[in-house]
Design a protein around this ligand. Structure first.
Ligand SMILES: [Zn+2]
Length: 235
């Protein structure tokens, strides 16, 4: 599943912060890019680049290969972004958010809330009762909070996230099917190749019968070679 580049960038920035923006841009434009190239292109110190790369690596968002520099004798690391992992952690994050919102919605629908008219301190019924329905911050009498709008807001958010997740899942499904179909096609092709080989094998077996007559010739040739070898050794 691949997200649009803008979204990938947005997610990566939430991981690295704004400092990582130039690095993210470079990683998104090329694969297998050496950390020295990354440092040069982003105009940043190699130590900073390494630090950022390790953060991404710890989130499974990049992979690397390394090659030994024959002249200098050390390893150079080449980094590649893993867009699949980016979307995976994005989906995970959104799912967690949906769960949180659902819990919040349940509590908003189940409980009564009280609010301070002065500065908006919000308490549950039990909490408000503990303070005898007076604000713990300023002492003002609390009023019951009308949370209808809040509930509508949470519901809307859950709905939007649900649509987005469904779209992402559809993309993932389509991609999985693509991969599956490709694999099937590959297996089918391999089977064909094996069949051809089997047919060829039969042909060769049949052909071997007349070839047998020629074998003594081949033996003669071989002995001729060995003679030549021993002859050269004597020299
Ligand atoms: Zn208050």
């Amino acid at each position: 599943m691949r997200l649009p580049p803008k979204k990938i960038e947005e997610i990566l920035i939430t991981v690295l912060g704004e400092v990582g923006k130039p690095l993210i841009k470079e990683l998104m434009s090329k694969q297998n890019i050496s950390e020295f190239d990354l440092a040069t292109r982003t105009n940043k110190d190699i130590k900073i680049i390494r630090k950022l790369l390790y953060v991404l690596y710890n989130h499974n968002l990049v992979s690397f290969t390394r090659k030994k520099d024959k002249q200098k004798g050390w390893y150079i690391y080449y980094w590649t972004l893993q867009p699949e992992s980016v979307s995976f952690s994005y989906v995970k994050m959104k799912r967690e958010l949906v769960e949180k919102l659902k819990e919040q919605l349940a509590s908003e629908e189940k409980e009564l809330f009280f609010v301070c008219p002065k500065e908006g301190t919000r308490l549950t019924f039990d909490q408000a009762m503990d303070f005898e329905f007076h604000c713990p911050e300023c002492g003002e009498l609390l009023g019951q909070d009308d949370n209808k709008e809040r509930i509508v807001g949470i519901r809307t958010q859950i709905g939007q996230l649900g649509v987005e997740l469904e779209e992402l899942m559809q993309v993932r499904k389509n991609r999985r099917k693509e991969v599956k179909d490709k694999r099937k096609a590959l297996v089918a092709r391999k089977k064909k190749i094996v069949k051809k080989k089997v047919v060829k094998g039969k042909v060769e077996k049949k052909a071997k019968v007349p070839v047998k007559k020629e074998k003594p010739v081949a033996v003669k040739k071989a002995s001729g070679k060995s003679v030549a070898k021993t002859a050269s050794k004597k020299k």
